[in-house]
Design a protein around this ligand. Structure first.
Ligand code: ADP
Length: 475
C-alpha cells in the first residue's frame, strides 16, 4: 500500500511533542512491513530542515480568499529517515523557525491561513502524482479538513476515492475559526456546511472526525475519555464510535536505545546500576541536586493539560514534610509556571532545579540519569515519556488517566511504576514519598529497572494495527 502521512510535525525535521515522534517513526515501521509510506509536512525553517538537502518536486498556487499563494513541494534527499519526506515551502507562512510559536513562546496568529494553505498545497501535489496514495493518513486538527475537501470541494474531488484515516493525538486543540472567515476555504458544496461546523464555528478537528473513513486515537483509554470530556465534542465522538479505534503509540527503538543513544555520554553496558549512576553524575554538569537522594524529573510542556501546575505546591509540600528527594523540571510553556519554577530553584537549592527550554539532547540525558519520571497529567492521550522512561530504566510516577492508565500499572499490583488517581497536591506529594521509599529498597528498585527496560512498546505491534485499518478501508 502507498500511505501518505500529512502532519504538522515529523521528527527530526520538526517536533514540538509526541505528534512529531509518532509521525517520525510510524512510516518507517510501515515501510519495514513492506508498504510504501511517505510524510508531508510544512517547510518550517527548523535547524534540521535548514541543514538538509532537498530537491524540487512540484510548484503551484493555492487560492485563499482572493489571493493566490505560491508554494513549492521539495523532497528530502537521502535515505537516512527510513521514509520519503516532502516539505511544503510557503514563503511568508512557514519560513519561521518554530512549529507553532516563535522563540519567545508566542503562538502564531495566522494558524488558520497557514494550515488552510498547507492542506490544499498537499492536495494539489497529490493531484499531479502519477501513482496516487491508497491512504491519506491525517494527524490532528491541522489536517482535519483534508477528508472533507476531497469529498466536498470540486477542485479536489478527483481524490475522493482515496481512503482517509484521521488520528487524534491531542483533542484539546480544535483549530476552530469563525464562519466570518469561511471565504478562506476552497469552494465547496454548500449542502455540506454542517460537516464543517461544531458549536457555531468551523471546527477542523470535528470536521476530520465526521468526514474521515476511519478514526483513531493514540490509546484505547483516551478514546473512552474523549467520549466523556473533549471540550464539547463528546457527543460527536460517541456518534462516530463505530469507525473509531484506540491504538497505543510505539516508541522508535532505534532512536530511543540507551545502549546506542548518541546523546548519552554513558551508554548502557552490562550493568544497569552503573549506567544509571554514571548518567546521574553526568547531569550535575547541567543541574544542581543531591546525588544521594532519588532524582525525580518532569519533562514536557508546562501547561495545565500535563498537570505541571500541580508540581510547585506538591514539591513544596513534600519537602516541607521532610521528604528526601531532588527534582528537575525540563520544559517550556506558560509564563506563570516558568516563573514559579525559577523561584523554586532559588528557594530549594540542591533540591530543585530547572531548565526552561526545549532541549532534545538534555531530555535523553534526563531519561537516562533520573530515578523517577513524574507525569501528573490531567489529560494524557497516550504519553510517550513514560515509555521512554521504561526503556531508560527510570520508574514512571503517573496519574491514572488516558494512555498512562493503559501503560503503567502500580507495583502493588505487580506492575511497572507508581500510580495515583486523584488530581491533587496531596496525591502527588504522597507519590513522591512512595518513590523516596522505593529508592532505598535497592533490591526492589534493581529488579524493577531490569523489568521495565525489557518491556516491549516497539512500533511493530502498533504499525500492524494501522496496517489492518488501512487494508480494511481499501478492501
Ligand atoms: P505531548 O502531549 O507534548 O505531545 P507526549 O508525551 O506525547 O506529549 O510527547 C512528548 C515528547 O516531547 C517526548 O518526546 C518528550 O521527550 C518531548 N519533550 C517535551 N518537552 C520537551 C522539552 N522541553 N525538551 C525536550 N523534549 C521535550
Amino acid at each position: 500500500m502507498q500511505i501518505l502521512h500529512v502532519s504538522a510535525e515529523c521528527y527530526p525535521a520538526a517536533k514540538a511533542g509526541g505528534l512529531g515522534d509518532v509521525v517520525g517513526a510510524l512510516p518507517k515501521y510501515l515501510n519495514k512491513a513492506g508498504h510504501n509510506a511517505a510524510v508531508i509536512i510544512p517547510g518550517y525553517r527548523s535547524k534540521w530542515i535548514v541543514s538538509q538537502q532537498f530537491a524540487h518536486a512540484y510548484s503551484g498556487l493555492v487560492r485563499i480568499a482572493d489571493l493566490y499563494v505560491p508554494f513549492h513541494v521539495n523532497r528530502h534527499v537521502g535515505e537516512s529517515l527510513g521514509f520519503r519526506l516532502f516539505i511544503v515551502d510557503v514563503p511568508g507562512l512557514f519560513d519561521r523557525e518554530g512549529v507553532y510559536a516563535d522563540t519567545n513562546g508566542n503562538g502564531y496568529s495566522d494558524e488558520t491561513e497557514r494550515y488552510l494553505v498547507f492542506q490544499q498545497a498537499v492536495l494539489h501535489f497529490i493531484k499531479q502524482l502519477e501513482i496516487k496514495p491508497d491512504v491519506l493518513h491525517c494527524h490532528d486538527h491541522h489536517t482535519g479538513l483534508i477528508p472533507f475537501m476531497v469529498k466536498h470541494c470540486p477542485e479536489y474531488r478527483e481524490l475522493s476515492g482515496i481512503a482517509t484515516v484521521f488520528t487524534i493525538h491531542n483533542g484539546e486543540y480544535h483549530g476552530s475559526f469563525s464562519w466570518n472567515r469561511a471565504n478562506l476555504l476552497p469552494w465547496y458544496d454548500s449542502d455540506a456546511n454542517g460537516l464543517l461546523e461544531w458549536a457555531g464555528r468551523i471546527n477542523p478537528l470535528a470536521c476530520g472526525i465526521k468526514t474521515c473513513w476511519a478514526l483513531t486515537t493514540v490509546s484505547p483509554g483516551y478514546l473512552m475519555e474523549l467520549m466523556q470530556s473533549s471540550n464539547g465534542l463528546e457527543w460527536l465522538l460517541r456518534n462516530e464510535l463505530s469507525k473509531a479505534s484506540g491504538i497505543i503509540n510505539g516508541i522508535d527503538a532505534e532512536v530511543w536505545d540507551p545502549s546506542t543513544d548518541p546523546f548519552l555520554k554513558y551508554r548502557l553496558g552490562d550493568d544497569i546500576a552503573d549506567y544509571k549512576e554514571a548518567n546521574k553524575q553526568g547531569l550535575s554538569e547541567e543541574f544542581q541536586f543531591r546525588h544521594d537522594l532519588p532524582l525525580i524529573t518532569f519533562i514536557g510542556r508546562l501547561v495545565m493539560e500535563k498537570g505541571a501546575d500541580l508540581l510547585p505546591e506538591a514539591i513544596a509540600k513534600f519537602l516541607f514534610e521532610g521528604g528526601q528527594a531532588s527534582f528537575v523540571v525540563l520544559g517550556t510553556g506558560e509564563p506563570s509556571l516558568k516563573d514559579a519554577f525559577l523561584r523554586m530553584k532559588e528557594q530549594f537549592v540542591s533540591y530543585f532545579d530547572t531548565s526552561i527550554s526545549y532541549n532534545e539532547k538534555l531530555s535523553h540525558q534526563l531519561y537516562a540519569g533520573s530515578d523517577f519520571l513524574v507525569m501528573p497529567s490531567r489529560v494524557e492521550p497516550c504519553g510517550l515519556n513514560q515509555l521512554y522512561a521504561f526503556r531508560y530504566g527510570t520508574v514512571p510516577v503517573v496519574r491514572s488517566t488516558g494512555g498512562l492508565a493503559d501503560t503503567v500499572k502500580d507495583i502493588t499490583q505487580g506492575g511497572n511504576g507508581l500510580r495515583f488517581d486523584q488530581f491533587s497536591v496531596d496525591a502527588l506529594s504522597s507519590s513522591f514519598h512512595r518513590a523516596a521509599t522505593l529508592y532505598h529498597d535497592k533490591q526492589l528498585l534493581g529488579g524493577l529497572r531490569e523489568n521495565i527496560m525489557q518491556l516491549d512498546f516497539s512500533w511493530e505491534t502498533a504499525a500492524g494495527k494501522y496496517i489492518n485499518i488501512y487494508q480494511s478501508l481499501i478492501d
